[in-house]
Design a protein around this ligand. Structure first.
Ligand SMILES: Nc1ncnc2c1ncn2[C@@H]1O[C@H](COP(=O)(O)OP(=O)(O)OP(=O)(O)O)[C@@H](O)[C@H]1O
Ligand SMILES: [Mg+2]
Length: 316
């Protein structure tokens, strides 16, 4: 037995629609998720994230490949899988005519948690997700972002070891998102395995110990956040603050064929691929009387993501 909570091997999901050409929404992906960790499935719109989540949670059958959750195969033993998991889908809803607390109670009851145990769980989750003040509000009166927070929070009412969150923080403002991210992190620290999808990379960067980036159903990068950032792509962001007209510096910088070259007021922002280029640019900075100050930062996951997706699309 491995210590993987989830094991996915060469998963393929093809949607066959009448009169349409079959669509390979998930096209041969493999990954493992260690127990008690937060795993991120990343990719742009239409990449195949939700489809993957639906297969992993037994909502859709795979076309081929093997998927197991805590040792149970999703195809041959879906009931055992369902006993171990909770899922928040992208399109999930809450009960609009019930209060927040009754939404929680109903969900818990559905999973066999009632009475004092349900009240105790609710107390914990309301606190964790900072929802205590909203507990008596009716679903229909909540803002979109708050509805989403209630949807995400309620799955933590029951003690399932594996939790799937498909775009958990969609529609949330920063404060709402913060509360949710903190709560999810605490739940993982309690030993739960969490699989989340997102196209918001700061979120993945903050939460996930490992990620898979997919595009058109195929993996373009996988590993820890640091692995992905280092993936043969040493991207550097350089900002040069210029005394005078920054346009005068541009011809010299263009020669390095930067990934990105933008000017905002007196600052030139550029992204370059390798250390040699970065040093060559610093040499220009040193000699130029135009540059007043500069800053170099390592690429964010966002930069790497855009680069990886563009590269694969270009190759396709
Ligand atoms: N039931 C379905 N039947 C046919 N095609 C589908 C179905 N569901 C999804 N697709 C297609 O499969 C591809 C992957 O969709 P999926 O919803 O998995 O992407 P996603 O990565 O979750 O995107 P998003 O970021 O927009 O949520 C898309 O091209 C989508 O149009
Ligand atoms: Mg989706």
């Amino acid at each position: 037995m491995s210590s993987s909570a989830i094991s996915v091997s060469n998963l393929i999901k093809i949607y066959t629609r009448r009169r349409d050409t079959p669509l390979r929404a998930v096209d041969g992906i493999s990954f493992e998720v260690p127990q008690g960790t937060i795993f991120g499935l990343l990719g742009p719109n239409g990449a195949g994230k939700s489809t993957t989540i639906k297969v992993l949670t037994t909502l859709l059958p795979p076309t081929s490949g093997r998927v197991s959750v805590l040792g149970h195969d999703v195809t041959t033993d879906p009931l055992s899988v369902r006993k171990q998991i909770c899922v928040v889908l992208q399109e999930n809803a809450i009960e609009l005519f019930l209060s927040v607390q009754d939404n929680f109670r109903t969900f818990a009851r559905f999973h066999g948690v009632t009475g004092a145990a349900a009240e105790k769980a609710m107390d914990r989750v309301l606190e964790l997700f900072s929802l205590r003040d909203a507990r008596k509000e009716t679903g229909i009166d909540l803002s979109g972002g708050m509805k989403r927070r209630v949807q995400v929070a309620k799955v933590f009412m029951v003690e399932k070891p594996v939790v799937f969150l498909d775009e958990a923080t969609t529609g949330m403002d920063t404060i709402n998102k913060r509360a949710t991210i903190e709560a999810v992190r605490e739940e993982a620290a309690r030993g739960r395995t969490i699989v989340l999808t997102t196209h918001m990379l700061e979120e993945a960067e903050e939460l996930c110990s490992s990620v898979v980036i997919i595009n058109h159903g195929k993996i373009v990068a996988q590993g820890t956040i640091d692995d992905v950032k280092a993936m043969g792509l040493r991207l550097f962001n350089i900002s040069l603050t210029v005394a005078g007209d920054p346009e005068r510096l541009l011809p010299r910088l263009r020669r390095f064929k930067p990934q990105r070259l933008e000017v905002s007021r007196t600052t030139v922002h550029l992204t370059v691929q390798d250390e040699r280029t970065m040093h060559a640019i610093l040499e220009i900075v040193r000699r130029s009387k135009l540059v007043r100050s500069f800053e170099i930062t390592n690429a964010s996951l966002e930069d790497v993501f855009v680069e990886l997706i563009d590269k694969k699309d270009g190759a396709a």
